[in-house]
Write a protein that binds this ligand. Structure first.
Ligand code: GRG
Length: 297
């Protein structure tokens, strides 16, 4: 199956799982539930969900467990995008080709919709081990430990703070790589690891997958910088050239567009070397990694 068809299947499957796990829009408080649904079910490539599914399938993870994991991860991702778009952070008006959550529902509801998605994601994770015998309580707890580590001050939130500080202070390419690992790589890595934790506990495999996720996450963010310059606003679904306008230190600016392209390839190669240590056929996981460097949005 071509990887684009597989990604489409993952997208459809993740959307169904998200619909199943989101609160019904007409239940009280309706405005909050509408804002949550608006921000989650508004397109999105579902790359993180695809990593959950493709890695989960390598080790025969239970399908319903993988659906729950994909929904939880995409909710955390949507939460991060809602907050990232707020005036206090990136101040963006467009996301996935539509007005950002705060533009439609106001800042207060946008902040709270993010908070509620964050909480719901962990509620889903905590319930998976209760609901499905295939997932052990130990692995359920490991998932929560992995995800909280990935999105907290040592991961995504910390990376976002460093990203903001980089607007004011000189930033080296090494600083930037750390920021990219934290703000983007850690959540991607958690998606990969959670997919495996659905059914395995082998530390060698989990460590190689974790490293793969971090490295492909850095490549993902460098590619995001590149397409932020090269793609149009229409293709991106968000405002083109925003980072340049805000004088944000991004990879192609600190180095050059050419060097940024070499760097994404370097991180991709390193990521694949980690994936090669996994003793099963990882073709689909590699296909997603390839897609990450080919995408235009
Ligand atoms: C969520 C705990 C928590 C805190 C929020 C605001 C923030 C802290 C973090 C922001 C991190 C961030 C927005 C990183 C950028 C990652 C990125 C490149 C997003 C775009 O991902 P795609 O291309 O988007 O997968 P789609 O729309 O396809 O889902």
């Amino acid at each position: 199956m071509p990887i684009t068809s597989y990604l489409m299947d993952c997208q459809n499957r993740a959307n169904l799982a998200l619909e199943r796990h989101l609160p019904c829009q007409n239940t009280y408080p309706t405005m909050l539930h509408e804002a949550m649904t608006y921000s989650v079910l508004n397109g999105g490539k579902r790359i993180r969900a695809a990593f959950v599914y493709s890695v989960g399938e390598l080790f025969q993870g239970d399908e319903l467990v993988l659906d729950g994991l994909a929904a939880a991860i995409e909710m955390i991702h949507a939460f991060s995008l809602i907050h990232d778009d707020l005036p206090a952070l990136d101040n963006d008006d467009l996301r996935r080709g539509k007005p950002t959550c705060h533009k439609v529902y106001g800042e207060a509801v946008a902040i709270l919709a993010g908070d509620a998605l964050h909480t719901l994601a962990f509620n889903i994770l905590a319930n998976l081990a209760f609901e499905y015998n295939q997932l052990t309580a130990e692995n359920g707890l490991k998932m929560i430990a992995t995800l909280t580590q990935a999105i907290g001050s040592a991961g995504m939130v910390g990376g976002e703070v460093l990203d903001l500080q980089a607007l004011q202070t000189p930033t080296t390419i090494r600083d930037l790589e750390t920021i990219y690992r934290m703000k983007t790589g850690d959540l991607i890595s958690a998606s990969v690891v959670l997919g495996a934790l659905a059914s395995i506990n082998d530390m060698n495999i989990l460590n190689s997958l974790r490293e793969f996720g971090l490295l492909i996450g850095i490549a993902f963010q460098i590619h995001d910088d590149i397409i932020g310059i090269e793609s149009s606003t229409e293709t991106l679904g968000k405002c083109q050239g925003n980072d340049l306008e805000r004088h944000k230190p991004i990879y192609p600016v600190i180095t050059s567009l050419d060097d940024a392209k070499k760097a994404e390839r370097h991180f991709y190669d390193q990521a694949l070397a980690c994936l090669a240590k996994i003793p099963v056929n990882t073709g689909k996981v590699k296909g997603i990694a390839d897609f990450i460097l080919r995408r235009h949005h």
